[in-house]
Design a protein. Structure first.
Lengths: 480, 492
């Protein structure tokens, strides 16, 4: 019997606000340990939280973008548990009155589009970071714990999906699409390698085509799209194996071990925590005015799906449309290029081809490169006018990316401009025909392959700077 | 000038400082002498800030000598309850767990007093984390009542109340979660004001129960209490529950008198359950008010019998989370353990006293899965009923009145073995914490043992103007002028 997976994903996203969720400390990655801290995010006696309006707006923006219902009144709760890197030993989070409920995200899946429902989007504060010293770095055998509270209080948005995903690949596609939306909104840098986006997932399996739900297992600790997919694949297979052998799946929380490539049993339900949620009395309920919602709705940017559809309509194939729509900075650059006169497909080909390859060679990102939409427009003009060959255009792009100037400047400096002056071209053709009267005679007698020979000779005479297409036309004309 | 400056009111001292009859340094010296003469018996203070107080007094004198008007609190020696953070000065909240803890910042109220030129004499004793009604729960030993050292000063702000009563400060700040300003004010024969929730910033107040905690002043007169209130109230962007509007203006109507004032006597709190002497003094005050032109009538608040129950679920629930941060990880005392969890557990077991432990356990239980609705949820519903009851009453009267405490000061040790009897000490004060409105206690007489009796006035939220007007009227009519034995040199 075949089994299918039923998967829901919880995504934590650190928001890119200037300050932390409940205090004025800078919200940034990579500062010296315990340098971005204050009485509030350190949980000192007497300190009080004040909510970050920008973080609330960012969360609401995502909700609006995904068609969620935004709560006119939302409440922060205290989630109580003791942990050394949780300064107050409670986390200010949300419980039964989150900022957003419902909504959905459409994901390209095998056999079409899958509409993935969202349960909720809420806002909370991140914890500090523990580093366990000694032994293997594992918690149990650690000799000492180092605590860094720079991350404590960073705004953390949690997006909870419904169990609408049916395969590890779909879960990965969902996470990637969510990331693309978040990047388009500019509410987080969503850098996976820096832990700005982290995943937990619930997974169960059931006989294929069934409608009931199997016993679910929660998997924690996935920090990349790849580990999300691998962990789910491992877990779905583990559960399928259990059921196929006539066993049962135990409801539990398991941790993904990236190095070992497997999930391991963690907290069992016997020791599961009672978080004793209650409304945070240091804060008043969040009241979102209609005017604010209107303003946020109007400010929503083009979303990745819309952008992909628009590029597809411009003639880009699905792959190129996705690459351009989702590559960091690619969409705006292509839009600028088209505005500057570039052909959309040509521009997309350059971006996804030579530009991407050369950026990789240079080891920089598009944001750091000096390439503009105007450059691409200009490049397109040079090619269309026959002054640059397709091959030369790629070399010009490399030059622009290396900071050598505008396409025209690079082409001139690298001596790549094709001869487009008709009189020069005509003279070269005349010279070649005069030097090879026998071949011209045979061509006129119908030996067409001699065109190639003569064009080659003209290219030789012009040092390769003539446009072969035009040379070919000129040879035909002169010999005809 | 004649008399001991430690016996001056804030208004009198401010006038003497302005006229040049008294210097801030001399005033501080007088208050220190009084502390020196009384502290061995009273134990009102946990920490004295000798240097900081001298610097502040010098600064006030310098400003006065330059002819500047440094404000009504410049050079005035004040005491601060030790659950308000003072930068660089030990702040223990009466707990062993915070022994030696020096905060890196001033509470907003402390900053406001400093900015007003006040001289902060020191930090006063309290029940551990403000949980108690007698100041016996302090990890540093009890404070005694200046009227009778064998009795408690009330609590939890007993140190502040005793210091002001005896003259080792001219005024003080306390915090009131269920009566912790008003009840000790009553037991020590002084004025204690709990302002409207949100009018005074809680930033820097070591939290007990966030939705109930309110900082307020102690003074010897209603006018002085008003002066301190004016100095500390107002919006604070660091406290999300801080009121954003303009605070009530109290001074113009302070002397408006009782005429036409509609006074409601809370039936449920002004009858049996109070000691006869307390009821007698309360009744005399009501008669005086009526004679002076107030309309006195009885008002019933049927939800009041349930207020104490609701309070003893809400306050412990909030405290169980608020006190979770005291784990030995980042500050305070730390006991060793093999794991982080064991270290935290050992630190907390050793650091918290029995009353604090009891309330943390109560609150943790009340919030537990399966009990939340029956306990915490139900308590919040009762709170809503109490709020509605009071709102209805305030539709018919301007202020509500009742005794502040059913008894006068009780003996040290008398109730320590019986937490429920101790909890009843706050039965009259707790409702206004649930409601959020202001309340004030002021002395209106003494019992047969010479112990002071407090009279409580309550007003609707933001009703400080009518509250203080009524209190001032009662103060004039009661004419309470007695001073505790310890404040007079003969007794020392």
């Amino acid at each position: 019997m075949g089994y299918e997976a039923v998967i829901g994903v919880e995504t934590h996203v650190e928001l890119a606000t200037r300050s932390k969720m409940f205090c004025g400390c800078p919200n940034g990655f990579g500062a010296e340990p315990n340098s971005s801290i204050c009485p509030v995010c350190l949980g000192l006696p007497g300190a009080l939280p004040v909510p970050n309006a920008r973080a609330i707006e960012a969360t609401v923006s995502l909700g609006l973008a995904l068609g969620a219902e935004v709560a006119p009144h939302s409440v922060f709760h205290r989630k109580n548990y003791f942990y050394a890197d949780l300064p107050k030993n409670y986390q200010i989070s949300q419980f039964d009155l989150p900022l957003c409920r419902g909504g959905h995200l459409d994901v390209e899946a095998e056999g079409g589009t899958r509409r993935v429902g969202l349960t909720r989007i809420h806002l909370e504060e991140d914890t500090g970071k523990s580093t366990h010293l000694g032994a293997s770095g594992r918690i149990r055998a650690a000799e000492a714990v180092l605590l860094d509270f720079n991350r404590s209080g960073v705004p953390l948005m949690e997006v909870v999906s419904e169990p609408d995903l049916r395969s590890p690949e779909e879960a990965r596609a969902f996470a990637a699409e969510l990331r693309a939306v978040i990047l388009a909104l500019g509410i987080s840098e969503a850098r996976l390698e820096e832990g700005q986006m982290r995943f937990d997932a619930n997974v169960s399996v059931r006989p294929e085509g069934g409608s009931g739900l199997g016993t679910k297992v929660e998997i924690k600790n996935m920090n990349s799209l790849r580990s999300l997919q691998r962990a789910l694949a491992f877990e779905a297979e583990r559960q399928t194996g259990l059921l196929s052998a006539g066993g049962e799946v135990e409801q539990e929380t398991r941790h993904w071990d990236e190095a070992a490539g497997c999930t391991r049993a963690g907290r069992s339900k016997e020791e599961s925590s009672d978080y004793r949620y209650f409304p945070e009395p240091d804060l008043v309920p969040v009241a979102l005015e209609a005017a604010l919602l209107d303003r946020l709705r109007e400010a929503l940017p083009e979303l990745p799906a819309q952008r992909r559809a628009r590029y597809a309509a411009l003639g880009l194939d699905a792959g190129a449309a996705r690459l351009v729509a989702e590559g960091d900075g690619y969409g705006p650059l292509l839009d600028a290029a088209v505005a500057a006169g570039a052909d959309p497909r040509q521009g997309a080909n350059w971006l996804t081809g030579e530009v991407t390859a050369h950026l990789r060679r240079l080891g920089i990102t598009l944001a750091d490169a000096p390439l503009t939409g105007a450059h691409l427009g200009e490049l397109h003009g040079l090619v269309a006018a026959g002054r640059l060959s397709a091959t030369a255009a790629k070399e010009v792009l490399a030059g622009v990316l290396e900071g050598e100037g505008t396409p025209a400047e690079v082409a001139a400096r690298r001596d790549l401009i094709q001869i487009s002056d008709e009189t020069v071209l005509e003279a070269a053709v005349a010279e070649v025909l005069a030097a090879h009267p026998a071949e011209v005679e045979r061509l006129r007698a119908g030996e067409q392959r001699l065109i190639g020979f003569l064009v080659g000779k003209v290219m030789q005479v012009t040092g390769g700077k003539a446009d072969p297409r035009r040379v070919s036309e000129a040879v035909r004309r002169a010999a005809g | 000038m004649s008399g001991d400056p430690a016996d001056l009111t804030i208004a009198e001292a401010a006038a003497a400082l302005r006229s040049g009859a008294l210097s801030a340094a001399d005033l501080l010296a007088a208050v220190r002498r009084r502390a020196g003469a009384t502290e061995a018996q009273l134990h009102a203070y946990l920490t004295l800030d000798v240097e900081g107080a001298e610097r502040a007094a010098e600064a006030a004198d310098a400003a006065l000598s330059r002819g500047e008007d440094p404000g009504p609190l410049a050079g005035i020696p004040l005491a601060i309850k030790d659950n308000m953070c003072t930068r660089g000065i030990e702040t223990t909240s009466g707990s062993r767990l915070l022994a030696g803890y020096r905060p890196p910042y001033d509470a907003t109220v402390v900053g406001r007093l400093r900015a007003a030129g006040a001289v902060i004499v020191g930090k006063t004793n309290l029940d551990e984390f403000a949980m108690g009604s007698s100041t016996e729960n302090s990890a540093y030993g009890p404070t005694r009542n200046p009227w009778d050292p064998d009795r408690v000063p009330g609590g939890s702000s007993g140190g502040s109340a005793a210091a002001v009563a005896v003259g080792s400060a001219l005024g003080a700040l306390g915090s009131d979660t269920g009566g912790s300003i008003r009840q000790p004010a009553a037991l020590c024969g002084i004025v204690g004001l709990k302002p409207t929730y949100g009018l005074v910033s809680r930033y820097g107040l070591v939290a007990f129960a966030s939705s109930l905690d309110q900082i307020g002043p102690f003074a010897r007169t209603v006018e002085d209490a008003a002066t301190l209130f004016e100095a500390i109230c107002g919006h604070d962007p660091s406290d999300a529950t801080s009121y954003r509007g303009v605070p009530p203006v109290v001074r113009p109507t302070l002397e408006a008198g009782p005429e036409g004032l509609r006074v409601g006597v809370i039936a449920e709190l002004a009858g049996e359950g109070n000691e006869p002497a307390v009821l007698a003094a309360f009744g005399r005050t009501l008669e005086a008010l009526e004679v002076a032109g107030a309309e006195v009538r009885e008002v019933s608040l049927p939800s009041i019998p349930y207020a104490l129950d609701a309070y003893y679920l809400i306050a412990p629930a909030e405290c169980s989370a608020n006190l979770a941060r005291f784990d030995g990880v980042r500050y305070g005392r730390r006991l060793p353990g093999d794991t982080v969890e064991q270290m935290m557990a050992a630190t907390r077991r050793d650091g918290f006293g029995p009353e604090v432990t009891r309330r943390i356990l109560l609150g943790t239980y009340a919030l537990s899965a399966g009990y939340y609705e029956a306990f915490y949820g139900r308590a919040q519903q009762v709170r809503t009923l109490v709020i509605e009851d009071f709102a209805r009453a305030y539709g018919r009267v301007d202020v509500l009145v009742c005794p502040t405490s059913p008894t006068t000061a009780f003996a040290i040790g008398e109730r320590t073995e019986d937490p429920l009897a101790m909890y009843l000490a706050d039965v009259c004060t707790i409702p206004s914490n649930l409601v959020g409105g202001p309340g004030i206690s002021l002395p209106v007489g003494r019992d047969g043992a010479g112990l002071p009796i407090g009279f409580q006035v309550l007003a609707p939220p933001l009703g400080e103007a009518v509250l203080l007007r009524a209190a001032r009227a009662v103060e004039v009519l009661a004419g309470f002028a007695a001073r505790p034995a310890l404040a007079t040199s003969e007794a020392r």
